[in-house]
Design a binder for this molecule. Structure first.
Ligand code: PRX
Length: 644
């Protein structure tokens, strides 16, 4: 396959040429401690220098970086830039859902907002190490609240605004949070989203929450439970706008973010202070080749790791102006992104393949009517990008002048692991190309042997550690060890399949475990199955993914109904509604098929391969099904299959 060359625009003023990449990469894997130690001292401000760069025991999944060091993340994201004379520089530009209002906050203003919230949290009893659940939608107060937690050493756990009350409940209970911060309503594509109401339902019978802080956003009338709920804006009016940043140990927790795995229960991915911040900021600087005056726009939601690392922590640690918006790519129409790019003269834009595909569908005229000459780098993340979408991004959006950076990483990795650097390597559509500094990806076979031949698929693992790596599953270290380190001892197992080609470029092939990637959102099949079972309507459920033009992967549910339940449209609707209420709208299956049985082997294991084929439209070729207890069930399922 042809390599798309480095665009001229990317070369001028770059932070990293190919020669520099090769030199730094070599140094980073030859002596990781020396490399990361140097970077940590150069790029972060420390209250107290660290005494040891790393202490790693992969067999116990015990990972520590920058031991003995003391640091504060919010200080590094705000105060130090002010000290360097950037106080009046724009830190966050926020645009509302309708696109009718925007506001730019300088670093000075961000500091004042963050300190006020930090003081309110403190006076209300929130202490270092306390967990604070945040459920707010994309408003600037969300960014301020996260940074306020970081300032006082509280551990934030942000929940995506599209998740339901049950998701809130399980996350509050798992993290044992005492405090929730929310907002009266969010706005999304012109519609209010009743966030406070959802919090109320989520914590109805949860007695560990003693404070719910509510920001006013739409001003809608909401219920306030006396003694528990307070309007934070009123407290902020009198709060002091300075607050000393807490001295945190490098390995103190910074945040928990829940993500789906292959079991029924989402896991609390825990990231710590210094290593995470160093990794998020360094990857942000190099992968997007950030320049001093850049305006940077990541269109992700802060409820996901991309928003944490690349709307808040990475860009702000680098003193970069970061654009945050409340809406969706298609609201009020498909020109939203391009209009914002023109308006704010965005230099670097970062979005997901699913958004790109929906914009391709909407037509080129939306893109073309807006000036995009400020753009230099276009990023993508969340799932493999298909060639057509990549080429459209490159030609139509970037007019062949911008570097496309396809960035592979995970909630667990904290930051980008495999991606091109704009001025260091040419690109191939669909390949995340080469590893970042310090990252040693290997492809292994089932037995754990490293595959050294190009073009042979296997499982993607990472040798050695990197500072941004998650440290544990909150409250369940055993699960952390089992999930990531047990299958291939001495390596971190990613859950993805991949291969590399003869040029050493990596190609990610998608998950090899029971995790689906729907529009870039992660769901475990077991999690979806148990949610459907809890509807009380199903006796047994099997969920698989199938290819979808826009979402990448969509959800297909095979359901054996309980004896007394009607197999009609009402039941189907109720099941979908149940998923919406127990997880969220993004998890609703595209197809629910009622089946008389499931294809099981004699030992009782569901043959998902057959179900995946049926969901993808296959009617005849199922390979070897002789080990099935009842092979005839396959044709019965085919007969009732539904085309999405
Ligand atoms: O399967 C990979 C896919 O998304 C998974 C991680 O999902 P999550 O933790 O939600 O984080 C998404 C944002 C970082 C990975 O295991 N994935 C992510 N980026 C890519 C990707 N697959 C292919 N190419 C990518 N660029």
């Amino acid at each position: 396959m042809n390599i798309y060359p480095i665009p001229d625009k990317s070369r001028e003023g770059t932070n990293c040429t190919n020669e520099e990449y090769l030199k730094l990469y070599e140094a980073s894997v030859r002596s990781p401690d020396e490399f990361w130690g140097d970077q940590a001292r150069k790029r972060l401000d420390w209250f107290k220098d660290f005494t040891k760069t790393s202490e790693l025991d992969y067999h116990k999944a015990d990972i520590k970086w920058f031991l003995g060091g003391e640091i504060n993340v919010s200080y590094n994201c705000i105060d130090r830039h002010i000290k360097a004379g950037k106080g009046d520089h724009a830190a966050i530009i926020w645009e509302n859902d309708a696109g009718t209002f925007s506001r730019s906050y300088t670093f000075n203003e961000v500091l004042a907002e963050v300190c006020k919230i930090a003081n309110v949290l403190k006076t209300q009893g929130v202490k270092k190490g306390d967990r604070v659940v945040i459920y707010m939608g994309m408003i600037p107060q969300l960014a301020f609240t996260m940074l306020a937690c970081a300032r006082i050493g509280a551990i934030h756990s942000v929940i995506f605004g599209g998740f339901s009350q049950d998701a809130i409940r399980t996350r509050v209970l798992d993290s044992q949070a005492r405090v929730v911060v929310t907002v009266d309503e969010g706005m999304r594509a012109g519609k209010p989203v009743s966030l406070k109401h959802t919090v109320d339902k989520g914590i109805e019978d949860v007695d560990i929450i003693d404070r719910v802080f509510v920001f006013k956003h739409t001003g809608a009338a909401i219920n306030m439970r006396s003694g528990r709920d307070v309007f934070i804006d009123e407290l902020l009016e009198t709060a002091a706008s300075t607050c000393e940043a807490e001295r945190m140990q490098s390995e103190d927790p910074l945040f928990i973010l829940y993500t789906s795995g292959s079991t029924g229960k989402p896991k609390g991915v825990l990231h710590t202070q210094a290593g995470y911040l160093l990794y998020a900021s360094m990857t942000h600087r190099y992968v997007f080749d950030i320049r001093e005056e850049d305006v940077y726009f990541c269109a992700a939601d802060i409820g996901w790791i991309t928003g944490h690392s690349y709307i808040i922590y990475g860009p702000l640690a680098n003193g970069t102006t970061t654009v945050m918006f409340e809406s969706t790519p298609l609201y009020p129409d498909a020109s939203r992104y391009w209009k914002m790019i023109e308006k704010y003269k965005v230099n670097v834009f970062y979005t997901a393949p699913t958004a790109i595909r929906s914009l391709v569908k909407a037509g080129d005229e939306h893109v073309k009517k807006h000036d995009r000459s400020s753009l230099r780098v276009l990023g993508t993340v969340g799932e493999p990008i298909n060639k057509d979408a990549w080429v459209w991004y490159y030609r139509t959006v970037g007019e062949e002048k911008c570097a496309i950076v396809d960035t592979w990483w995970q909630t667990e990795t904290g930051g980008i692991m495999i991606a091109p650097l704009p001025a260091a390597n040419g690109t191939k559509p669909g390949s995340a190309t080469r590893p970042f500094f310090g990252i040693q990806p290997v492809i292994v076979d089932e037995a754990g042997n490293e595959i050294t031949d190009p073009d042979v698929s296997g499982k993607l693992c990472i040798k050695h550690s990197w500072p941004g790596q998650m440290r544990t599953v909150y409250g369940d270290h055993e699960r952390f060890m089992k999930t990531y380190f047990a299958d291939f001892p001495g390596k971190y197992f990613t859950g993805d399949g991949a291969h590399y080609d003869k040029d050493g470029y990596f190609w990610i092939e998608g998950r090899v475990d029971d995790v689906l990637n729907v529009s870039g959102h992660r769901f475990g099949t077991a999690e979806l199955e148990s949610a459907l079972i809890s509807s009380g309507l199903a006796a047994e459920v099997a969920i698989v993914g199938f290819p979808h033009d826009i979402k990448g992967e969509a959800i297909y549910a095979y359901v054996i109904l309980k004896d007394n339940v009607e197999s009609d449209e009402t039941t189907r609707k109720n099941m979908k509604l149940h998923i919406k209420e127990s997880i969220g709208g993004v998890a609703v299956p595209d197809v629910v098929q009622f089946v008389p049985g499931l294809p099981k082997t004699r030992s009782g294991k569901i043959m998902r391969r057959v179900l995946r084929k049926i969901a993808a439209g296959e009617r005849e070729q199922f390979g070897d099904i002789t080990t099935l207890a009842e092979p005839e069930i396959v044709q019965k399922i085919v007969a009732g299959s539904i085309k999405a």
